[in-house]
Design a protein around this ligand. Structure first.
Ligand code: TRP
Length: 360
C-alpha cells in the first residue's frame, strides 16, 4: 500500500515554535526521508472559517504567512503538495456524506471540540459548521487516502473520529477508504510546548508565543522575560525543572553539541538540570543558553522566509499548482466513494441494463 501523508494548519496566524517542534520539523524530516509516496500539506482555510466566519480577511492574510512558514522550514513544493483546503470542493461533498455516519452525541464527546467550545464561549450557541468540523477534517484526511497524519497531541481525537468514520463507511458501503494513523512527536517536550508564560499551550490569544518569523531581538526579549520557577528566588536556592518552561524548551531544542558550543562546563542537559535542582545556578545563565540554542534553530528559518517573501506571486503559484494536484487526487477518491455508495447513476452500465430489464 502506498504511504501517504496528509496534514495541515489553520491559517489564523503566523506559525510559532510550538508548531515547529509539534509537527513542522517532523514533516520536513518525513519529506526528506524519501519513504513516502505522496505528501499533502494543507492550509485549512475552510476550517479556520468555522470559528472566524466574521473575519475572512484575517484568514486570507494568513494564507501567505503560513505558506512562507512552511517553505522557510524546508517543505519543498517539488516533494510535497502544498494546497489550500477551500479550493478542493470535493472535500465538502465528502463531508456531506460522512455526516450520515456520525451522531450528534459522538461529536459532543470529542474532547478537542469540547475544550474549543469552552475557549470560544460557544456553549450557548454553537455554529453547526464549527460543531461538525471533525467530520470535515475526516474528509481532508480520507480524500488523500492518507496513511499517516503527523500532528500534535491535541489532534488525536480528530484522527480517532476519522478512523471511526472510515470503519463505518467501509462496513456499510464496502472497503473504500484508508484508515489513517496519527504520528506524534517522539520527544514528550515537543508534544505540547508551553507558552513563554508557563501556560500549558502556546497560543496567539495568550500572547505567549515565539514565532518562526520573530526577529533576533524579539526572540531574545521573549526568552529573557520567560516564566521560570517562582520558588527559585536566589541563585543558591534549589530550583525545579518540571513545569519550568525554560527547561521544557531546552528538552525540545538543545543538543549535546549546543553544550559543547555554548556551555562547555556541562556535557549535557541532565547535568545542567542537576545543577539547577541542587541550587547555585541562576536563571539568567540558563536563559542565555536557551537564547543561543533557539537563535541557531530559528536564524536559517527566518532568513529563508525573508528570501521567499521577496517573490509573493511565486508563492501563490505554488499554492495554485498544489491545489490542482490535490483536487485531482480528491476527485478520484470521491469517484470511488460514489460508486461504493451507489450514487454513480450515469457511469454504471450494469445499473442501466438492470433497469431496462426490470421495465421490459
Ligand atoms: N485541525 C488542524 C489544526 O487546528 C488543522 C487541520 C485541518 C488538519 N484538517 C486537517 C490537520 C487534517 C491534520 C489533518 O491545526
Amino acid at each position: 500500500m502506498a504511504k501517504i501523508i496528509l496534514t495541515g494548519d489553520r491559517p489564523t496566524g503566523r506559525l510559532h515554535v510550538g508548531h515547529y517542534v509539534g509537527s513542522l520539523k517532523r514533516r520536513v524530516e518525513l519529506q526528506n526521508s524519501g519513504e513516502y509516496d505522496e505528501i499533502y500539506i494543507m492550509i485549512a482555510d475552510a476550517q479556520a472559517l468555522t470559528d472566524n466566519m466574521e473575519n475572512p480577511e484575517k484568514v486570507r492574510q494568513n494564507i501567505i504567512e503560513v505558506a512562507l512558514d512552511y517553505l522557510a522550514c524546508g517543505l519543498d513544493p517539488k516533494k510535497s503538495v502544498l494546497f489550500i483546503q477551500s479550493q478542493i470542493p470535493e472535500l465538502c461533498e465528502m463531508s456531506f456524506y460522512y455526516m450520515n455516519l456520525v451522531t450528534v452525541a459522538r461529536l459532543q464527546r470529542n474532547p478537542t471540540v469540547k475544550t474549543e467550545i469552552q475557549m470560544r464561549n460557544f456553549e450557548k450557541s454553537i455554529p453547526v459548521g464549527f460543531f461538525t468540523y471533525p467530520i470535515s477534517q475526516a474528509a481532508d484526511i480520507t480524500a488523500f487516502k492518507a496513511t499517516t497524519v503527523p500532528v500534535g497531541e491535541d489532534q488525536a481525537p480528530m484522527i480517532e473520529q476519522t478512523r471511526e468514520i472510515v470503519h463505518r463507511f467501509n462496513y456499510v458501503y464496502g472497503e473504500t477508504l484508508t484508515e489513517p494513523n496519527i504520528l506524534l512527536p517522539d520527544n514528550s517536550a515537543c508534544l505540547r510546548l508551553p507558552g513563554t508564560d508557563g501556560k500549558a499551550k502556546m497560543s496567539k490569544s495568550l500572547g505567549n508565543c515565539i514565532y518562526l518569523s520573530d526577529s533576533e531581538e524579539d526572540i531574545k526579549k521573549k526568552i529573557m522575560s520567560m516564566y521560570t520557577d517562582p520558588t527559585h528566588l536566589r541563585v543558591e536556592d534549589p530550583g525545579h525543572v518540571e513545569g519550568n518552561p525554560v527547561f521544557t524548551y531546552l528538552d525540545a531544542f538543545s543538543t549535546d553539541q549546543d553544550f559543547e558550543k555554548y556551555l562547555p562546563e556541562y556535557s549535557n542537559l541532565e547535568e545542567l538540570k542537576a545543577h539547577y535542582m541542587r541550587g547555585g545556578l541562576g536563571d539568567v545563565k540558563v536563559k542565555k543558553f536557551l537564547n543561543n540554542v533557539l537563535q541557531d534553530v530559528l536564524r536559517p528559518i527566518r532568513e529563508r522566509r525573508i528570501d521567499y517573501s521577496k517573490d509573493i506571486p511565486y508563492i501563490y503559484k505554488i499554492l495554485e499548482e498544489g491545489s490542482k494536484v490535490a483536487r485531482a487526487k480528491a476527485s478520484q477518491t470521491l469517484k470511488e466513494m460514489k460508486e461504493a455508495m451507489k450514487i454513480n447513476y450515469f457511469s454504471d452500465e450494469a445499473l442501466i441494463r438492470s433497469q431496462v430489464e426490470k421495465f421490459s
